[in-house]
Write a protein that binds this ligand. Sequence first.
Ligand SMILES: [Zn+2]
Length: 344
Amino acid sequence: MKATVLYGAGDVRIENVSDPAIQEPTDAIIRVARACICGSDLWPYKSMQPSDRGRVMGHEAIGVVEAVGADVGTLSVGDLVVMPFAFSDGTCLFCGDGLHTSCLHGGFFGTEEVAGAQAEAVRVPQADGTLVVLPVGEDDALMPSLLTLSDVMGTGHHAAVDAKVGPGKSVAVVGDGAVGLCGVIAAKRLGAEQIIILGHHPDRIALAREFGATDVISERGDEAVELVRELTGGFGAHSVLECVGLDQSTQTAIEIARPGGAVGRVGVPQDEVMPASRQAFFDNITVSGGPAPVRAYIDELLPDVLEGRIEPGRVLDRVIGLDEVPDGYRAMNDREAIKVMVSL
Ligand SMILES: [Zn+2]
């Protein structure tokens, strides 16, 4: 089959690799119908050390079940399923707590160990716990929005939950990428009164406003902090969603939270040390977040997508075929596209 293989920074190729096969009785194989390129794929795209073996990329997909292992009980060949970016058994201690990304038998797609989904097919470990059957056909108009449940919509929601967004609160979203935009959707959905987006790409800001952002700040650093305070009665926001992961964006996120506020971090941190530690301490700011347990959130978010209350699929502003994936990486890296969907 054809798959996307990253061999090093800037070196992404479409190659023939061996077809995936059932390895464990809990596995399923899905034929990929839609996949995505993720903002987090751009980190290795920019920085991966050259490798002879390469890495099959991709962790977001909707597919059709082609084969199941002997122990898989909830899925049938032909089911259309959404695949969260992490696999999980759904039964262990941490899955029981709703933290499927810490599953004792779990892991992540698109890694050295488990091949990714920017490919014609993918092996899904722990298939019963991981995959969710969708009640639509694979040409349904809702496919883009359903696809965001595999990562960016669940991740934006996680940022909002960890930032303790609720009715009447002021919310600031740091970052106008796909996750930040989904964070705006999540904040509105959870009842925020004021939603300030910090970003500077005109097309993304326009979409953020359509999703419910009430204010836009395009400045950065100290200027941005000052402007958020002005918009929030001088205090800062109750809830801050950090959707970038860089040192400066994290610093800003903590500085724009009001005393007693909360920061939900979902941008993959690119530094070992967290900035603004003293401010977080003296202002009693809760800083939490991490990889989103999107599997846990699908049950809650799926009805809103199916009934049209949210349209996160609008962040997928470019659709390409598998052969065009290398150019899709380039387009996202050059900020020509917010997020790229691969249609197979
Ligand atoms: Zn588990």
